[in-house]
Design a protein around this ligand. Structure first.
Ligand code: FE2
Ligand code: FE2
Length: 285
């Protein structure tokens, strides 16, 4: 039986939030009945504003379970420097979840999903996984059954999509890619850039900057999937003014990614072209 994931990102509760789009998103979440709802960060526009967290909380309560969350850079306080530096995760942990590195394991569906927190108070828009987190994520994936499809969820893209000119990528992308490849991860889900993109690590490898001759990319195919903003006015680049989520279907042979875009006239999201990737499982290669 194929597993389905609904990948939602960048809700941005606050001034950019679009309640009518959010309502349509909830309807689809119930109609599509995904096995897991993945929310890849930026729940609020400004983490310093208590009211925005209340809107985010109330909205999340309308969505079905199970859900897996990671935090985004907007979920860390900005204006209160003390909170940003010394209690960066407090509002997120109070309002969304205390779990910063969640795991969703499902034996029947053969899924093993691990989230990582790339948003830290020390940086404002950028992100990274520190050494401890890299080690912890690799150790978490080591617990997965050999046949499971391993999926990582981060807020920031591990390699910047080609059309990103506005937001900051992951600072230590090469280290993170190397860990994900060692761990046998087949799919990475992220948000942050506010437009849809999907491609393999091999396709995007050449866009990384190297001081010397670049080493070859990881041998196994890893699919990097970026969700647009689901419910905010902050769509960027090719998705300026647009809202979308991704429906992901995983079976024995393939990982399929289909973006659904909100159509204002119809007041619903509609499926677009599906992207199909053959799986390249560690035990097979
Ligand atoms: Fe965002
Ligand atoms: Fe972000």
């Amino acid at each position: 039986m194929p597993a389905t994931l609904m990948h939602i990102s960048d809700l941005h509760a606050g001034p950019p939030f679009l309640p009518e789009v959010a309502k349509a998103l909830t309807t689809h979440a119930y109609d599509l009945k995904p096995d897991l709802l993945v929310l890849s960060g930026d729940f609020v526009q400004r983490a310093d504003r208590g009211h925005q967290w209340q809107v985010a909380r109330e909205y999340l309560a309308t969505l079905p379970q199970p859900r897996l969350y990671v935090s985004g850079n907007h979920d860390v306080p900005l204006f209160n420097v003390y909170h940003r530096l010394f209690q960066p995760y407090r509002p997120y942990q109070r309002n969304i979840t205390t779990t910063m590195n969640p795991i969703f394991a499902h034996a029947e569906l053969n899924l093993y999903v691990v989230g990582g927190d790339t948003a830290h108070g020390i940086t404002i828009a950028g992100g990274y996984l520190n050494k401890f987190q890299i080690h912890a994520m690799e150790a978490a994936f080591a617990q997965a059954p050999a046949t499971a499809c391993k999926i990582a969820v981060l807020h920031h893209p591990v390699i910047d999509p080609p059309d990103n000119h506005e937001s900051e990528p992951l600072a230590n992308e090469r280290e993170v890619v190397a860990m994900l490849a060692r761990a046998g991860v087949e799919l990475v889900l992220n948000g942050h850039v506010h437009f849809f993109h999907v491609g393999t690590v091999q396709e995007l490898w050449g866009t990384l900057r190297w001081l010397r001759t670049p080493p070859p990319p990881p041998a196994r195919r890893m699919v990097l999937c970026t969700a647009g903003t689901a419910t905010s006015q902050r769509g960027r680049g090719p998705d300026h003014g647009k809202n979308s989520f991704n429906l992901i279907t995983i079976d024995e042979q393939t990982i399929r990614v289909q973006p659904w875009y909100y159509q204002r006239a119809a007041q619903q999201f509609e499926p677009q072209q599906e992207y199909c990737f053959e799986r390249d499982r560690p035990h097979a290669g």
